[in-house]
Design a protein around this ligand. Structure first.
Ligand SMILES: Cc1cc2nc3c(=O)[nH]c(=O)nc-3n(C[C@H](O)[C@H](O)[C@H](O)COP(=O)(O)O)c2cc1C
Length: 179
């Protein structure tokens, strides 16, 4: 099938990314998980490794390495990139081309033609904030497809728009992304 980079950041919806990683793997994709440092504090990289059978990476400066410059190696490896869940912080970094972590560096090193899907997740007040909406617009302009969050009750016990889409909906968009 194909080689998918799954980027995850520190959201209450992170548990859904484990299921997504598992389902993508079951569909026959090779999945490499890239985690922010904060995501790796919420869920161990080991769980993603168990779901995908592949090393999950947080940094290219520690742990096992692919070679000399892992951001380049990983960007060449990925045939698509799915960022789910993407926090407000992650959107801000992407919108600014921030390369201060592994995910941001890999994103900049991807070929422009590599399909990429962004799945935001956050509290409704955060999601409605003009800065977040501005960052999302910038990401769209930079070539990201965006799966808009859904509405309902969130982990923060508020109603509104900001829920990470359910795994089957994300899977459907990934299938469309991969053509
Ligand atoms: C349990 C928990 C859940 C969180 N959920 C979200 C979330 O869904 N969306 C979001 O934008 N921030 C959320 N935050 C705040 C982010 O984790 C925080 O902004 C952090 O700096 C983001 O780091 P990262 O983007 O590098 O992963 C959450 C924080 C905690 C402790």
């Amino acid at each position: 099938m194909s080689r998918v980079l799954l980027a995850v950041s520190a959201s209450a919806a992170l548990h859904k990314a484990c299921d997504l990683a598992s389902k993508l793997t079951q569909e026959g994709h090779e999945v490499r998980t890239l985690m922010t440092a904060n995501a790796a504090r919420l869920i161990s990289p080991q769980l993603f490794e168990a779901m995908t059978g592949q090393a999950a990476r947080v940094s290219e400066f520690e742990g096992e390495r692919e070679g000399g410059m892992d951001h380049i190696t990983l960007a060449r490896w990925g045939e698509s990139l799915v960022f789910a869940p993407a926090t407000a912080g992650a959107l801000a970094r992407l919108a600014h081309g921030d390369a201060s972590d592994l995910i941001g560096t890999v994103v900049l090193a991807l070929q422009p033609s590599t399909p990429r899907l962004l799945c935001p997740a956050m509290n409704p007040t955060m999601y409605a904030h003009p800065a977040v909406q501005r960052n999302l617009e910038q990401c769209r302009a930079d070539g990201w497809q965006v799966l808009d969050p859904g509405s309902g009750r969130l982990a923060c016990d508020e109603e509104g728009t900001g829920r990470l889409r359910e795994v089957p909906e994300i899977l459907q968009r990934v299938r469309e992304l991969l053509g």
